[in-house]
Design a protein around this ligand. Structure first.
Ligand code: MG
Length: 295
């Protein structure tokens, strides 16, 4: 099932997307929560009810073109967790770029590198990235698959990890490269307002039989820059969940961006930074297409 958060007539709701149409969850299941975090908290029983209502043809269809999509989780409860340098080719391009203050000269990390972005970084499809917040003119994009946690847990074994996943979405881990390097940590360069475009949907884990088969592509102004399979992750999703949850309780609604493949702006020589007017589009076909412009 593909879930979206959308705005229509001054009101935001959760909807089920079917093709180019959307049906409101609270029309399918009366009393259903109208925000995605509430839907995640409600668990699988609510989605089963929605599925049944769809089979019975309940709910009015609205054209996607008539509503405004927001980020599926417009304001997460906690920081968006992120994994750095998690594709082999990207780890090499980052290490060679001169911007990597994390590695001590090592390309491939021994253990996952984890950082976070403030909840307020999140923006939805077609919202603008405020490029001027990179004061150095080194704005970069990072197309990423993100995991949405559905079931709380600590010390989650990797064999059990996927049972804690609610679904998957797309994140653009927008980065101010000079700040990322200069401050010897990744938070300041990655947590600027608007630096986490997310969406357009969450596809539920039940609808993704094998997450490693997903393929991610990123375009800048219609030029293909990233094209990778989730199978190429250095640390796979179960390992990431096991690592983070070893000492940190994961909670429903937590978001974990799994890392970006090769092809970011600093992978080019000279680097190809984003500028005002540029359009970044990230696609994972099962989830949809996330497009944002830099202003
Ligand atoms: Mg990233």
């Amino acid at each position: 099932m593909k879930l979206v958060t959308f705005r229509q007539g001054g009101k935001s709701s959760v909807g089920v997307q079917i093709g180019e149409e959307v049906r409101r969850l609270d029309e399918l299941v009366p009393g259903a929560p109208q925000d995605m975090l509430g839907v995640i908290d409600a668990g699988a029983a609510l989605l089963d009810q929605a599925d049944e209502a769809l089979r019975q043809g309940r709910g009015q269809s609205y054209a996607l073109s008539d509503v405004r999509l927001l980020a599926p989780i417009p304001l997460p409860r906690r920081n968006v967790l992120c994994v750095g340098k998690n594709y082999h080719e990207h780890a090499a391009e980052f290490a060679n770029s001169g911007y990597d203050s994390s590695s001590g000269g090592q390309d491939i990390p021994d253990v996952p590198i984890v950082f976070s972005k403030f909840p307020e970084t999140v923006i939805g499809p077609n919202a603008n990235i405020e490029g001027g917040l990179d004061r150095d003119g080194t704005l970069d994009y990072e197309g990423e698959l993100a995991v949405v946690i559905g079931r709380a847990g600590r010390e989650i074994a990797s064999e059990a990890a996927l049972a804690h996943v609610f679904g998957y979405t797309i994140v653009n881990d927008v980065t101010a490269r000079a700040a990322q390097k200069r401050h010897k940590q990744w938070f300041l360069g990655k947590s600027c307002d608007t630096f986490c475009p997310m969406g357009p949907s969450i596809i539920t884990a039940a609808a993704v039989p094998d997450v490693t088969k997903l393929r991610l592509r990123t375009w800048v102004n219609n030029e293909l820059r990233q094209d990778a399979s989730v199978r190429d992750l250095i640390f796979d999703i179960p390992t990431i969940i096991a690592t983070i949850s070893r000492s940190i309780s994961l909670k429903p609604g937590d978001i974990i961006a799994t890392g970006t493949p090769a092809g970011v702006g600093i992978g080019f020589d000279p680097p190809r930074y984003l500028a005002a007017g540029d359009k970044v589009t990230i696609e994972i076909p099962e989830i949809g297409t996330l497009t944002n412009r830099v202003v």
